[in-house]
Structures are given as C-alpha cells and as structure tokens.
Ligand binder design. Structure first.
Ligand code: PGA
Length: 253
C-alpha cells in the first residue's frame, strides 16, 4: 500500500522565522504521524532551517524547484547537491507556475526529474491542463504528452520514487476544485498510462496526488476518491490550523 502524501507548497510566502515557527508547530501537532507522509515545501531561503526544525519527526522537506546540474555558472539557480545538503527529501518539479511564469518546458522538467532521481531526491512531478485545454476536450492529450515528455528515459526501477501531482491549472489558487469525478478520471488515466509504460507492479507503486484549491472542507471527499493518494496544497497550507485539518483527513470526524 502506498502511503498518502500531503504536501504544503508555500510558494513565495513566509520568511525564515515564519516558516520555522510553522514547522515547529506542525512537529508538535503531527510530527509522529506515520500512516501518511507530510511534506513542507518552503522557499529555498528557509529550507535548511525548516529541515532542522523537522529533524527527529516524520515530517519531510521539499524544495519547490531545482536545476538539473550539480554545479555551474547558473546565477540564481540551486542544484540537487545543495538541496540534499539543506536536508530535502523531495523536490517539486514542473509546477504550473514555473511553466507559465518562468517558461519551463517538458524537456527541462525531464532533466530535473532525472537529476532528482540520480541524487535520491523524490520528485513531485506536476502536470495538468489549462481551462482552455479542458474546454476544448484536450485534457487527456495534454496530460499524456506531459507524462511522455516529463518521464522520458525514466526506468521502471526509478519511476517508483516519483510522485505525480495532477494539478489542473484552472483549479490552482482559484477556489475551483476539480470534482472528485473529474480528478478521479484523470488519475485513472495517469495510472493506466504508467501501467502501459512500466507494467502494473511499478505503476502501482507510483503515488498520484491531486492539487488545486484543496482545503479542509473538500479534502475528505477528494481523499475518498479511488486513485487519489494525497494532495499538494497551496493557499490552505499557509495557516497551521487549515493545513492540520487537511493533514488529518480521515480523522476529522
Ligand atoms: P492551491 O495551490 O491549493 O492554492 O490551489 C496548489 C498548488 O499550486 O500546488
């Protein structure tokens, strides 16, 4: 059984002090949960301080991006070695904001996933369609292309360390969540694609999570949907109370 993963994507929010005090509170409240994996993704600036605050707990730390090279003349970039050094276990790759605002393309995303796997960082590979693509009936085509290109040259051994995050772009930060039926059918499509490429056994160990306006209210329904194995949470992860409400799905009643 794959453990569900709930990740907080703090984007460009929280100073180091704010991030550390959130992490300490999470450690106090949920730092020994082991039936689910809790991940905090602060900005680069806060990574090592948050990792330090989470030490000794079950909470893990993710970066929101990285470069694929280990070192080099790449002003402003951060390498996999630096993330490991800072205490990261995960790295978010290909988030739609990176694709939209910073011109990230499938090829570079693929290089980043390969580099993460080489360095034993667990990639959280984000993909999903825009509103226009959904409305023109191209959701599955778009998702398939992102899978094909993003996972190019990833072996059936390495794929097991990958988490795929289905994040429909129209649901991110908009308060519009995909219905469980909409998310469920794309998750099933991703699972089927993975099984076709890697075989049933490898595909079944890849975690597929949902992101896009997840909150305390809709988390139960989403997590009860077959095929949804976790959540990547933006807005609702910024307050301890609401993130805890999400992390504790299944125990809130
Ligand atoms: P949101 O963001 O929960 O605010 O929609 C999700 C994400 O960007 O990963």
């Amino acid at each position: 059984m794959v453990k569900p993963l709930i990740a907080a994507n703090w984007k460009m929010y929280k100073t180091i002090g704010e991030a550390v005090s959130f992490a300490r509170e999470m450690v106090g409240q949920a730092g020994s949960m082991d039936d689910r994996e809790i991940v905090l993704a602060p900005s680069f600036a806060s990574l090592s301080a948050v990792a330090e605050a989470c030490r000794g707990s079950t909470i893990r730390v993710a970066a929101q991006n990285m470069h694929w090279e280990e070192r080099g003349a790449c002003t402003g970039e951060v390498s996999p070695l630096m993330l490991l050094d800072a205490g990261c276990a995960f790295v978010i790759i290909g988030h739609s904001e990176r694709r939209r605002l910073f011109g990230e393309r499938d090829k570079g995303i693929n290089l980043k996933i390969q580099a993460a796997l080489k360095h034993r960082l667990n990639p959280i590979f984000c993909l999903g369609e825009s509103l226009e693509e959904r409305e023109s009936g191209r959701t599955f085509d778009v998702v398939e292309k992102q899978l094909e290109r993003g996972l190019n040259d990833i072996s059936s051994h390495d794929i097991r360390a990958v988490t795929v995050a289905y994040e429909p772009v129209w649901a991110i930060g908009t308060g519009k969540t995909a219905t469980p039926a909409q998310a469920g059918e794309v998750h099933a499509f991703i699972r089927k694609w993975l099984a076709g490429r890697y075989g049933e056994s490898a595909a079944s160990s890849v975690r597929i999570i949902y992101g896009g306006s997840v909150n305390e209210k809709n988390v139960e329904e989403l997590m009860a949907t077959p095929g949804i194995q976790g959540a990547l949470v933006g807005g609702a992860s910024l307050e301890v109370r609401s993130f805890l409400g999400i992390v504790r799905f299944g125990n809130n009643g």
